[in-house]
Design a protein around this ligand. Structure first.
Ligand SMILES: Nc1nc2c(c(=O)[nH]1)N[C@H]1C(S)=C(S)[C@@H](COP(=O)(O)OP(=O)(O)OC[C@H]3O[C@@H](n4cnc5c(=O)[nH]c(N)nc54)[C@H](O)[C@@H]3O)O[C@H]1N2
Ligand SMILES: Nc1nc2c(c(=O)[nH]1)N[C@H]1C(S)=C(S)[C@@H](COP(=O)(O)OP(=O)(O)OC[C@H]3O[C@@H](n4cnc5c(=O)[nH]c(N)nc54)[C@H](O)[C@@H]3O)O[C@H]1N2
Ligand code: SF4
Ligand SMILES: [Mo]
Length: 705
């Protein structure tokens, strides 16, 4: 036998006789349905669920390596209570406690906060949100806080505001496979994947002759596969997209029938473009794309059908990112390319129910405005989390004294780390629900060890094109005394006197409740791993959940909030200057997902540190050598990081690859000390419309270390 054959035989022997359990992967937010092979309480193999239309059997390297988290010796094993004072420069010290004590501690603090400041003084944020819904039922429905939030302002907040105001949809998907022309604005699907079916569909579409245009200052993995890379100046997509809209309208290449029937404010938009003079010639010196190219792209996009102009967060992260996103989506609207095969697709959701049923009369009356409204961001789809420190430290717009952070590590992932740490020091109750003693957990009062997705159940919406329910099942024993959110919430609720509202004994009890309107039983779901409904196209004529029922090019919600109802172009608020001549941008790694994978030695062996990319012209100017260590310095802080000298990056711009996920001083042994953490380079800049974090509003200088 050859070496490969011997290895294969050894692997097959390992999985022979293993139990195969249908589940899903939650290493990244795209949650691929999987088959997990388990023997003697250990995961011995995993593969994509071949029957699922979602990933069609595929998995990525991060997913394949994810078994490690179920055996990671650095995982939290017991609840931890802080024993030393929280103050600047002091590292958190903790003692292990039992669950009963942890539940009682939290319940006492919750009662104290409600009495002194009202229930709105307790907030929750999450990113990766396994079962966060249970915390919502406790803290919102029963306790009465309106402040149940996620981490969208650190992610695709601007896109979300754009699609909500234009289409009334929270998360449109991309029907790449049927498309003939795709423009991706700062989306790196083949690097930071968004659902494996999307990556596959994009490559398949290309094979069938679809033209792919990538607009990005960086020659990303996706740009490398594109037919055309448009190296745009950072923070100028709005100018480029508005000029393309004008070129399409001037050349009468828009879909007259579609805009007159299904769009609100088309005529006003045409006048608006005219009034502001958003021509290709105007845009050229701003975005660095020749006027002739702008016109050609506009024409190609308008006449090739089906087509799609798609954004995620590359055009966001700037103070002008909200209108940039709207302009990119208006390209779809004026060409009539919405919700048809090959378009931006307004996904239907599966009819999933709530896991608990709390009678109306037992529910708390919510008196306060949610924080985003009180903060003056009524259009924010999620909490402007860079403003949360103002509420905690300064009591503005009202005091926040309790904060649950569920599967998010804001000390690492939000901009302005110093201010975020100060925020945690000013809380009465900081609760970290975590797998590890993360940098954020280190600043909290109490740390709750949660089970990972391999050790807990979850039923949730799938991220495939059509409506989909996916199931995660506990496949291996829990690590230490860790508990899943549904048991933690039940424990706290019992101490608050609300135990009756969480009556389940097993996860199947609440699972049945969630599945009651889905045309599949829980038993069948366990067998199959997913339920998938039908893909329905062309729902725009049925009416959309916007105020007018139409696609709102004229946004009545923007107007009500005091903003221009049509997208405008403004310059970003931080521009490079003589002292700090370079503009920061970010992009992610294919081998990692945010912070989640940094303690996985299998992935860290392949990609164990981060770096800053700099164009060869700038590198020569500042004496930077490829692979050498450099100091990246902003007006706020400095980091030492490895440099990579590249050709494929707009000069004047540096790209910090996976800046927020490295440079750990907490987490586990594998993560600690590798690479550099970049988020303290950035000051607090918040998008004035959506409340998004503007990570890229940051100027730096670079010198050899
Ligand atoms: N492998 C992997 N997959 C992931 C993740 C991961 O970390 N790794 N993370 C997951 C998460 S939470 C998310 S939000 C998604 C993120 O998915 P993406 O948004 O596709 O990922 P990023 O790498 O952050 O890409 C942002 C891109 O925007 C570009 N950019 C910066 N400024 C501008 C600009 O002004 N204009 C334009 N047009 N582009 C600009 C950057 O160069 C970069 O290529 O991926 C998800 N999937
Ligand atoms: N500079 C810069 N900063 C960025 C970005 C960038 O591109 N550049 N990207 C931004 C984006 S798009 C995002 S989405 C955010 C992401 O940043 P975060 O909101 O911090 O989210 P994650 O990195 O996904 O996960 C954070 C924590 O969740 C814990 N965790 C993992 N799995 C579980 C679990 O099953 N249960 C529990 N309870 N905890 C778990 C991990 O240990 C980790 O500490 O970062 C943002 N920050
Ligand atoms: S794409 Fe995300 S969910 Fe799917 S296998 Fe990879 S890490 Fe897991
Ligand atoms: Mo994200």
């Amino acid at each position: 036998m050859t070496l490969q054959e011997t290895e294969l035989a050894a692997r097959l022997a390992k999985i022979k006789g293993a139990e195969v359990i249908k589940s899903f992967c939650y290493t990244c937010p795209w949650q691929c349905p999987t088959e997990v092979f388990v023997r003697d309480g250990k995961i011995v193999y995993q593969k994509g669920n071949p029957d699922s239309p979602n990933n069609i059997g595929s998995r990525c390297a991060k997913g394949m390596a994810s078994w490690y988290v179920s055996q990671d010796p650095d995982r939290l094993k017991k609840p931890l209570l802080r024993t030393n004072e929280k103050k600047k420069g002091v590292t958190g010290e903790f003692k292990e406690i039992g669950w009963d004590e942890a539940f009682a501690f939290i319940a006492d603090k919750l009662r104290f906060i409600a009495e002194k400041w009202g229930p709105e003084a307790v907030a929750l944020t999450c990113h990766h949100d396994p079962n966060t819904i249970f915390y919502h039922h406790l803290l919102k429905d029963l306790y009465g806080s309106p402040n149940m939030y996620a981490h969208t302002s650190g992610c695709e907040q601007d896109r979300r505001a754009a699609c909500l105001t234009l289409f009334g949809h929270v998360f449109p998907m991309h029907d790449f496979v049927n498309s003939k022309y795709v423009i991706l604005w700062g989306m790196n699907n083949l690097g930071a994947n968004q659902g494996l079916w999307e990556s596959r569909a994009l490559l398949e579409a290309k094979k069938k002759g679809c033209k792919l245009v990538v607009v990005d200052p960086n020659f990303t993995e996706t740009a490398q596969k594109a037919d055309e890379w448009i190296p745009v100046q950072p923070g100028t997509d709005g100018a480029l997209a508005l000029a393309m809209c004008k070129a399409i309208i001037d050349d009468k290449l828009y879909d007259e029938d579609f805009v007159s029937k299904y769009c609100e404010g088309f005529d006003g938009f045409r006048d608006h473009l005219e009034k502001h003079g958003y021509t290709a010639e105007w845009a050229e010196p701003i975005c660095g794309v020749e006027a002739a190219t702008i016109r050609r792209l506009a024409r190609e996009f308008a006449i090739t059908k089906p087509a799609m102009s798609a954004i995620f967060k590359g055009s966001g992260y700037y103070t002008n990112g909200a209108d940039a996103g709207r302009a990119c989506y208006i390209l779809d609207a004026i060409t009539g390319e919405v919700d048809k095969p090959g378009n931006l697709y307004l996904k239907d959701w599966a009819p999933l129910g709530a896991p608990v049923s709390i009678p109306k009369k037992a529910q708390a009356k919510i008196k306060a405005d949610p924080l985003h409204v009180a903060m003056g961001y009524p259009l924010a789809p999620d909490l402007p989390n860079s403003k949360l420190p103002d509420a905690v430290i300064d009591g503005k717009p009202y005091p926040v004294k309790g904060l649950f952070v569920h599967s998010t590590n804001p000390v690492m992932s939000d901009p302005n780390r110093d201010r975020v740490i100060e925020m945690f020091h000013n809380l009465e109750l900081g609760v970290a629900c975590e797998l590890f003693l993360s940098e954020t957990a280190l600043e909290c009062d109490i740390v709750l060890p949660e089970t990972s997705f391999h050790e807990q159940a979850e039923i949730r919406q799938g991220m495939w094109l059509g409506p989909e329910v996916i199931l995660c099942q506990p496949v291996v024993p829990r690590v230490g005394a860790s508990k899943p959110p549904y048991e933690i919430v039940k424990g706290i609720a019992e101490k608050m006197g609300w135990g009756e509202h969480f009556p389940y004994e097993t996860w199947e009890d609440w699972g049945e409740l969630m599945m009651k309107d889905v045309p599949m039983s829980l038993d069948e779901l366990k067998e199959k791993g997913f339920w998938a409904g039908e893909i329905r196209y062309n729902r725009v004529p049925e009416g959309l959940p916007t105020p007018s029922g139409k696609i709102e090019i004229f946004s009545s919600e923007y107007e009500k909030a005091g903003f221009d109802p049509y997208p405008i172009y403004t310059e970003r608020s931080v521009l490079p200057d003589d002292d700090y001549p370079l503009q920061v941008t970010h992009s992610k790694f294919s081998m990692h997902c945010n912070i989640v994978t940094q303690n996985n030695p299998l992935l860290m062996e392949v990609c164990g540190e981060n770096w800053v990319e700099i164009n060869s012209v700038d590198a020569a100017k500042y004496g930077i050598r490829d692979e050498a260590m450099v100091v990246v310095e902003s007006p706020k802080d400095a980091i030492t990081i490895k440099a990579k000298v590249v050709e494929g990056l707009v000069p004047g711009c540096v790209s910090i690859r996976h800046g927020h996920g490295f440079g750990h001083w907490a987490m586990g042994q594998t993560a600690k000390g590798k690479g550099a953490h970049s988020n303290n380079l950035m000051d607090t800049h918040t998008n004035p419309i959506t409340g998004a974090n503007c990570y890229n509003e940051c100027k730096v200088r670079v010198r050899p270390a």
